[in-house]
Design a protein around this ligand. Sequence first.
Ligand code: ADP
Length: 370
Amino acid sequence: MKTSETRLRAKIRELQKSLDLFDIILENVNYGVVVQNTRGKIVYENRHPEKISLDKKLVSLEIMDKDGNYLDLADLPYQQTINDFKTHTEIIKRRNKKAGEEKWTRITAVPVFDKKDQLVYIVSTMRDITGRIMEQKRRDHFIAIGSHELRTPLTGIKALNQVVHRYFLEKQYSKALPLINKIEDKTRVLAKIIQDFIDVEKIRGGKLEFAPESFEFGQFIKEIVEDQNTVYKNYKIKIKGTVKGSIIADKPKLEQVVNNLLSNARKYSPNHKAITVELKNDKNRYIVGITDRGIGLTKDDQKHIFEPFYRIRNTQTEKISGLGLGLYIAYKVVSLHGGRMWIKSQPGAGSTFYFSIPKVIRQAKISYDF
Ligand code: ADP
């Protein structure tokens, strides 16, 4: 008698342990989980914010499908699964009426049958896919502006080329020269767009290759700044601080990072022409801060600025062309060297883009951890 009671107690303890584990898992998964019986009554739901309260009236939420049609609770997958016992998935957009915030959720409802093949539960999982949907939208937008950005310099090159051709036929070489320079500028713009695009594809496929070499870091920055000051005479870049010592890194790629940040500092400060490059170092790394007094960035934009295709669209930026790839590439190049990139900014007051870079790259970081 006693032994069977002890055995029973042990079994209950074991069961409780499994239930606790089950609870821990469901409370910590990265999606909302709701289990309902066939009458729609909720028998379990975790506390994840993604969870859509299926049994309550959605007072503060508007639910739409991906084409923007309003959905009723009866259109949600769990209701469809109750009706036909099959798995259903729907991507829905939720708009919080009060906050005006939009979120995208993928809901999948799965039927659970007992041993006699009777439907007993419907398990719905809800996953936030807002980031992915927004990136997809930006990618679509990119294809639209990307082709425009490519066409503009191409059209210019074609037109200039015709004129140069005529000058050559007429042997007016001195008139042709400035136009050839213009063609060169436009070709550079074109090549940069194409290179950015290739880099993004390489980064995404884990195929960006590095060719590390040893060079003097302070001298490297100084040369970039001098080159830029020669080319862009209406801006003045000053270096603050000095660093001594070398670095082992991919020089052309780091140059691309610094050039991108300097190019942005110019592009987004149409009225303030002073830019500062601050240099610091500690034992293991160099730190660079590029400061402009331009249009600056809101806290919300700062959160997304390093995402691919992210561009801020407002009255101040509408006339500034770009594809939203430069910062993403720079961020990735720095990260793959084992460094970090971050930003301090205030709308209307300007921005500082910082990056840190280890003096010696850690090989492990160079292998692609995507
Ligand atoms: P692009 O400049 O080609 O659009 P980036 O990836 O370099 O792409 O930058 C993404 C966005 O970040 C820009 O569209 C711009 O809105 C914002 N941004 C970048 N640098 C600055 C800066 N220095 N000041 C203000 N906004 C910036």
